[in-house]
Ligand binder design. Structure first.
Ligand code: ZN
Length: 181
């Protein structure tokens, strides 16, 4: 569960069957995270946040909430842009090259631009909206080629090359960018 808070931005609420009390910490992404007993409702979680506000300010080493809020806003914007673009671009290339995937999912993983699962779901990172189109297209082609080769074998790369002859250059250029928002 996620709570939008005016001061702390996006707050991650984790339900924990073994938790007896609320506990606050910093998530790997730098957000405020609260661990609560499984029975905790959103209403109660918000109230716990409210009553512990000064304790959080004092004890939890959060990065500047302003920075965090800016990051959240950017993420929302990228998500919106990605929703209006990536599924259509994926569909375009799939039709152009004759691939059949099952679903397109948008992700915001910090380390991966995309993935393709064995149930033919292709995930694309919303951070792709921040890289040049040619590199974005390379990622889409890369994931589509995984529908036929679930590895990075020579046959896989040959298939990528057949749609994107400059893929090596694109793969290298992509390393200058980070998928994390
Ligand atoms: Zn791959």
């Amino acid at each position: 569960m996620l709570i939008q808070d005016a001061e702390f931005g996006e707050v991650i609420v984790r339900k924990n069957a073994f938790a007896k009390h609320v506990r606050f910490s910093v998530s790997p992404s730098g957000r405020l995270q609260m661990s609560v007993p499984s029975s905790t409702s959103e209403f109660l979680a918000k109230r716990l946040l409210k009553t512990n506000r000064s304790l959080i300010r004092e004890k939890i080493p959060l990065s500047d909430p302003k920075t965090q809020r800016a990051r959240d806003a950017k993420k929302r914007l990228l998500m919106k842009q990605a929703r209006d673009y990536l599924p259509y671009r994926l569909d375009y290339f799939a039709k152009l090259y004759g691939y059949q995937y099952d679903k397109c999912r948008l992700s915001h993983a910090a380390t991966r631009w995309g993935s393709c699962s064995s149930n033919r779901t292709i995930s694309l990172n919303i951070g792709l909206m921040q890289v040049p189109e040619i590199l974005r297209d390379y990622v889409i082609i890369h994931e589509l080629a995984h529908l036929n080769h679930m590895d990075h074998s020579a046959a896989f790369w040959a298939e990528v090359a057949s749609h994107d002859p400059k893929y090596k250059e694109h793969r290298n250029k992509l390393k200058q960018f980070s998928p994390g928002v």
